[in-house]
Design a binder for this molecule. Structure first.
Ligand code: NAD
Length: 330
């Protein structure tokens, strides 16, 4: 069996090599993704795994079919870069990895919130200037005295709630489908408005859908407790970025920690040093000292990388051996 692994970064390659040895499979790796140039290189392989960020080329599905390829294993939870109708028409099963290390994202959400609660970016800025004074702009607060609203209480939201509960915070939650098993530490509210009303920290952990596009807009920010902190580790489209900048400007919110931005596509995960950022809104996010921005990196830990590599290869082999996969998306 021969598997072609696209989007294989250097730190992933030893993990894939080890997996290949254990499973007696050949895995050939490239750091490129599937595009117009690379798609023809799949000919001769049995299976494919990739970490696409960009969409697949239009004609890729028909090409893969003509090469006898039956599946593509995407090494992430999101699979919006695939045309599922086209994949199906060409007999190609797309698989994803729905949950590979929820701890990684939950811990980063808490890290980012604590950074803002304890004013770490501001403290570090002052330290760089050799200003070692103690003054109100860098005075912190105690999370154990706070109320935290977790919006979306699935794999990641549930763990985030558990961590904040561990600090002694009161945790309120909102989800379309409240999880009864979490009721001992999440006080579920009937609406997002009710959840954010008394929250000192609001942390978002739901997928972006048509119905929640820009759910976090100026109208909702007006419902926030004055001076609240917003954390978004989920999807950029959930937050109206222009409205967020306005709410921060007007002091409705204290600060925001964003691991995602609604139009991050052209920039993340690329090295943009010395290059122009054409998106003015994104530039404003980067320049705003009330925002801590990170480039969609919450997931990026040793555990997540291992689970993604092994999960992608396992899903590939599963489809090759059984004709289907429990991680099939359609
Ligand atoms: P999940 O499917 O386990 O949980 C999502 C929860 O959101 C579910 O309980 C669902 O009922 C709820 N939900 C969906 N739509 C809702 C709505 N309109 N209102 C209220 N609740 C709603 O997903 P997860 O694995 O916990 O992932 C959560 C988010 O984190 C996703 O957006 C995912 O893309 C994102 N994520 C980010 C990173 C990163 O590196 N920043 C990494 C992985 C996942």
């Amino acid at each position: 069996t021969k598997i072609k692994m696209f989007g294989a970064r250097a730190e992933e390659q030893p993990i894939a090599q080890q997996w290949a040895r254990t499973h007696h499979v050949r895995v050939d790796m490239t750091d490129e993704i599937i595009d117009e140039q690379t798609v023809d290189g799949i000919k001769g392989y049995d299976g494919v795994t990739t970490l696409q960020v960009a969409d697949l080329p239009e004609d890729a599905y028909a090409k893969l079919k003509s090469f006898g390829i039956k599946q593509i294993a995407q090494r992430s939870a999101g699979f919006d870069m695939y045309d599922l109708a086209k994949a199906k028409k060409n007999g190609i099963i797309i698989t994803n990895i729905p949950s590979y290390s929820p701890e990684s994202i939950a811990e980063y959400a808490v890290t980012t919130a604590l950074d803002l609660v304890r004013r770490v970016p501001r403290i570090q800025q002052r330290v760089r200037e050799h200003n070692f004074t103690w003054q109100p702009p860098i005075q912190g607060r105690v999370v154990g005295n706070m109320t935290v609203a977790v919006i979306g209480t699935g794999h990641i939201g549930a763990l985030t709630a558990k961590l904040f509960h561990g600090f002694g915070a009161k945790v309120v939650g909102y989800d379309l489908y409240p999880n009864v098993q979490l009721r001992s530490f999440i006080d579920y509210q009937d609406s997002v408005n009710a959840a954010v009303k008394d929250a000192d920290i609001v942390t978002i952990h739901m997928p972006a859908t048509a119905e929640n596009h820009h759910m976090f807009n100026y109208d909702l920010f007006k419902q926030f407790k004055p001076g609240a902190i917003l954390v978004n580790m989920a999807r950029g489209a959930l937050v109206d970025t222009a409205d967020l900048l306005r709410a921060l400007d007007e002091g409705l919110l204290d600060s925001a920690g964003l691991d995602v931005y609604e139009k991050e596509g052209p920039y993340v995960p690329n090295d943009m040093r010395g290059k122009q950022i054409d998106d003015q809104l994104f530039q404003k996010v980067l320049d705003n000292d009330k925002i801590v921005y990170s480039p969609h990196i919450a997931y990026y830990t040793d555990e997540a990388v291992k689970n993604l590599v092994e999960g992608g290869l396992a899903a590939t082999l599963e489809v090759l051996e059984t004709g289907d996969s429990k991680f099939r998306v359609d």
